[in-house]
Design a protein around this ligand. Structure first.
Ligand SMILES: [Zn+2]
Length: 239
């Protein structure tokens, strides 16, 4: 027979000598705190890693924008070779790849009673130089002010032969004016131009910081044209 006071008769839970009941709660609180700190640390490290990725992506974008060598928001474009140019109408040359597409678009629009007019096409770097600096001087503008509405020489899409300025023959007073966007020609272009591979180069609030030009469109219907406008499209793609 075992003695009455044998320790084995005391239930196990009571045999463990916790100093106080509160201590057991503190122990669990400590565990929760450690777990909490561990989770916070993991989240912190994960954020650091993803921020690092974001930062290196930004650095890449930044270095690419340096490489494209923009000037006051405009991308560099060299003159198209003369043999790639064709006369569209008196005084207006365009890239030969545009000719058929624009003519097709023009005749399609005329079937809807719209007079789509080609106002300008190819402009040489030399001509762009005269236009840029003469207008800058006449209007007493700084280069930054002028560049919002006109490209500096060597930076105009018109040099490629792929860029055109379009007007509505029924509303000649809107030529090269913002009011052009109210004309049937613009509304028709906005709807159907992609069918003929023309896109608006400087839409409202464009990333290049160039003023909205509803009349200025560029052709992207060949790989050669697309390659010319790749830097500009990349910038727009970052919207
Ligand atoms: Zn233009």
């Amino acid at each position: 027979m075992r003695p009455m006071n044998s320790i084995d008769d005391i239930p196990l839970a009571k045999r463990i000598n916790y100093p106080k009941k509160i201590s057991r709660n503190s122990f669990f609180a400590l565990i929760v705190l450690i777990l909490g700190l561990g989770v916070s640390f993991i989240i912190f490290i994960a954020n650091r890693i993803s921020n690092k990725d974001l930062f290196s992506n930004n650095s890449k974008i930044f270095s690419e924008s340096i490489q494209t060598d923009t000037l006051l928001g405009h991308f560099p474009y060299s003159d198209v070779s003369r043999e790639d140019l064709v006369l569209f109408s008196p005084g207006i040359f365009v890239h030969k790849d545009i000719f058929d597409k624009f003519t097709e678009m023009q005749s399609k629009a005329s079937k809807s009673g719209i007079s789509l007019q080609l106002l300008s096409g190819f402009r040489s770097i030399n001509l762009q130089r005269d236009i840029f600096y003469e207008n800058k001087s006449i209007r007493n503008q700084t280069a930054i002010e002028r560049a919002r509405v006109s490209a500096p020489p060597g930076y105009s899409e018109h040099s490629t032969g792929y860029a055109i300025d379009v007007g509505d023959g029924s509303y000649p007073n809107t030529h090269f004016e913002l009011e052009f966007e109210q004309t049937p020609a613009f509304k028709w272009m906005k709807k159907y131009a992609p069918k003929y591979h023309f896109v608006l180069s400087f839409p409202k609030n464009n990333k290049q910081g160039i003023s909205y030009e509803p009349w200025h469109w560029r052709f992207e219907g060949t790989v050669e044209a697309l390659r010319k406008f790749e830097p500009a499209n990349k910038t727009l793609g970052l919207k």
